[in-house]
Write a protein of this length. Structure first.
Length: 150
């Protein structure tokens, strides 16, 4: 082999290696940019009604009851709320599930800093059954709430 043939082989290999490295870098940058993009914020259908919507709904007037002799009403005991108040601390909020399992169906969501009532916990503490202010109940992953004063 002559010197010019050796130079051609070396130059050909260098160009091939440069093309492979350049293509790999370009593909990596493209994939990293696509995979690190943030998804859109989820919107949950179970939001409680706004105060404006509640105030705009007129309540039907109740007819005045005719005064009749009735025994004095005995005071009804107020039911003590079960569980304790807690606040969600997980930054992305929590998924509300129908059962204490990752395979259970999602029944809604709870936003960060939202107050909930913790009704019970599993024995291992990995799941908590909660009730939202709207009355909806479900299970969330334990350890993502802190107890607040009532």
């Amino acid at each position: 082999m002559t010197l010019s043939n050796i130079a051609k082989v070396i130059l050909g290999l260098a160009i091939a290696i440069a093309l492979l490295i350049g293509g790999s870098v370009a593909a990596t940058l493209y994939l990293v940019a696509k995979l690190t993009a943030l998804p859109p914020k989820p919107v949950f259908d179970n939001k409680p009604p706004n105060a404006e919507e509640t105030a705009a709904t007129p309540k039907p007037a109740t007819p005045a009851a005719s005064p009749a002799a009735s025994p004095s009403p005995s005071p009804t005991p107020t039911p003590t709320p079960e569980g304790y108040l807690a606040k969600v601390t997980w930054p992305q909020g929590l998924l509300l599930r129908t059962d204490p399992s990752f395979e259970a169906a999602n029944s809604g969501g709870v936003a960060v800093n939202q107050q909930v009532r913790v009704l019970e916990e599993t024995e291992d503490g990995k799941w908590q059954r909660i009730r939202l202010e709207s009355g909806q109940e479900g299970w969330v992953v334990g350890g993502n709430t802190i107890k607040v004063e009532e």
